[in-house]
Design a protein around this ligand. Structure first.
Ligand code: NA7
Length: 550
């Protein structure tokens, strides 16, 4: 498609020329997760010479790395997968409403095979840097193994929760026991049996792994900094009949996802909590508590996420649930969030989480009451005592949204490093590009993604593919955006979060889980339908806000 494709000349190629050809691409995509695989498929289908790089030894992205016990979807399995391929929809069978990590990893491997993606995927390859060459209008991409590639387009599909972060507590190198991060979990089986284990972190990953550790460990210490509003997942098996129904109604499911703000089959109720009596309201909360997945968060009364007192009524309901499930009243109170209301942060889903704290082999340690001061040879030292441990599990989350992009050391025009450009928070236009970083696209990057990620990134994948083809077909060498367009998008993004209950939360969506990180809203709160409309409008207006250079 572009001038960098294989030569049609009949001259015999020298080994050097072949090598050169092997390292020069129309597009390089980074990330073999659900979004990167889709992007590769589209570009491959369009006839481009494209390579996908991924640090893992297999495809799957977050579903490759997060192989800890208990890792599973919090979106309905069939709402998360690819809808664009009838073949995939008809041939794949989900076994659970919320599939576990092994099944999801199998699905993405199945998709990579079925879509014929393997020949263009290079695994075990971590990008070390990407630098824009202004003279040649290409990106020079280097890998940690020392390979150097040239590519016209550089596309990051690296996920928003994929750059693991650790506590700044010193001394981990002194610790002599085993330690793991949930997002870097080994393929080999990890045994908790008979061990003294600490799990640090009580977000989604902590909440999912804790019951598994509690089952086998001699003793489990749960190090909690901030309690979360955690609700039951209420998972269930998908029968053959149900799977047939899912296939038969797949288009309707897809349409429900497209029209919902969260890109899921759930939409908020058409009612306010004040439209009913407090008793009726609580009865509805009870139904939602028994309902599957994120129904409590995404299918609740409309005012729960917007109105402080409506939100408080749900918090009171959920606090009582915790009190009813945890025997020790002191422990129960420690597990009840006081710094945020339900939905201000993405709520983790649980299966038997609260009951764990009734087990004699489990201790809840609040790092607010007794901060961790260091890791020691034997375990963790807090301001109160030393905890001797055989294993530490870090469920401490991520440098969210931008971390996996900036860790690639991207340098744009004028030698501008992207991490410096984003020091005060990400700057993008439509979450797709940044000024002075020509031909660099983000799919599933900052200021665009929220909700069920594949439902929004599939739109971006199509948009980016069409934009790339537009550049090539018109003989342009570069597409970029402007700082004015970025300013406009930043204002729109910030306007969308202003006045909401989420605005005041201390969450990864604002980068506030990483010490020292400047607070900036990293996602897009306008809802997926509005985002889709915005990027379609820009394209229909002749790529308004984008600049094309010959
Ligand atoms: P999260 O949701 O960011 O959770 C990380 C947890 O680790 C959270 O409880 C943090 O407390 C805690 N944490 C982080 N650093 C520390 C230190 N230094 N000391 C003590 N505790 C700490 O990541 P997850 O992997 O659980 O889930 C991420 C998303 O994946 C989730 O939203 C789902 O959408 C899927 P904090 O709350 O910051 O005080």
């Amino acid at each position: 498609m572009s001038g960098t494709g294989p030569s049609e000349s009949t001259e015999v190629e020298t080994p050097d020329a072949r090598l050169e050809d092997d390292r020069t691409f129309d597009a390089i995509v980074v990330g073999a997760g659900i979004t990167g695989l889709h992007q590769l498929y589209r570009l491959q289908e369009a006839g481009l010479k494209v390579r996908l790089l991924d640090a893992g030894s297999g495809v799957g992205g977050v579903w490759y790395w997060n192989r800890y016990p208990g890792a599973r979807f919090d979106a309905e399995s069939y709402s998360y997968g690819y809808f664009f391929s009838e073949e995939l929809r008809n041939e794949w069978t989900w076994t659970e409403e919320y599939a576990g990590q092994p099944e999801i990893e199998r699905y993405l491997n199945f998709a990579a095979d079925r879509l014929g993606l393997r020949p263009n995927i290079q695994l075990n390859t971590r990008v070390a840097s990407a630098t824009f060459d202004e003279n040649e209008h290409v990106w020079i991409v280097t890998t940690e193994a020392g390979e150097v590639f040239r590519t016209t387009f550089f596309i990051t599909a690296v996920g928003i929760l994929s750059a693991p972060q650790f506590p700044r507590t010193p001394g981990l190198d002194q610790y002599s026991g085993e330690w793991y991060h949930t997002a870097l979990w080994p393929k080999e089986e990890v045994s908790f049996a008979g061990k003294r284990v600490a799990v640090i972190g009580t977000g989604s990953s902590g909440v999912q792994i804790i019951p598994f550790v509690a089952e086998d460990a001699e003793h489990l210490f749960v190090f909690q900094r901030t309690p979360n509003w955690v609700t039951p997942i209420n998972n269930f098996a998908i029968t053959a009949e149900r799977m047939a129904e899912i296939r038969a109604t797949s288009e309707a499911i897809y349409q429900a996802c497209l029209t919902s703000p969260s890109g899921s089959p759930h939409s908020p109720m058409n009612m306010l909590s004040t439209d009913v009596t407090p008793e009726e309201r609580d009865a509805q909360f009870e139904r939602l508590y028994q309902a599957p997945g994120l129904t409590m968060a995404l299918g609740n009364f409309r005012d729960i996420s917007r109105n402080q007192s409506a939100n408080a009524s749900l918090n009171a309901f959920l606090a009582n649930k915790i009190r009813s499930r945890v025997n020790d009243p002191e422990v129960a109170e420690k597990l009840i969030p006081t710094d945020h209301g339900f939905g201000q942060k993405r709520p983790p889903l649980e299966n038997g989480y609260f009951e764990v704290f009734n087990q004699p082999n489990v201790t809840l340690v609040s790092t607010v009451d007794e901060p961790m001061t260091s890791f020691t040879e034997k375990g963790i030292q807090t301001t109160e005592q030393e905890y001797e441990l055989d294993m530490i599990v870090f469920a401490t989350g991520f440098e969210a949204v931008t971390g996996s992009i900036t860790r690639m050391n991207i340098t744009g025009k004028g030698g501008q490093p992207l991490d410096e450009y984003w020091l005060d928070g990400p700057r993008t236009y439509l979450g797709l590009q940044s000024a002075n970083f020509p031909n660099l696209f983000y799919v599933g990057g900052p200021q665009s993604a929220a909700g069920t990620i594949p439902r929004i990134t599939e739109t971006q994948v199509d948009w980016v593919t069409e934009c790339i083809l537009y550049v090539l077909e018109n003989g342009y060498s570069e597409v970029t955006t402007t700082t004015a367009a970025e300013d406009e998008w930043n204002d729109h993004v910030n306007e969308g979060i202003k006045g909401t209950l989420q605005e005041t939360a201390s969450s990864w969506a604002f980068g506030s889980n990483v010490e020292g990180r400047r607070r900036a809203y990293l996602l897009y709160n306008g809802g997926q339908p509005q985002y889709r409309q915005k990027i379609a409008e820009a394209k229909d207006a002749g790529y308004a806000g984008f600049v094309f250079n010959k």
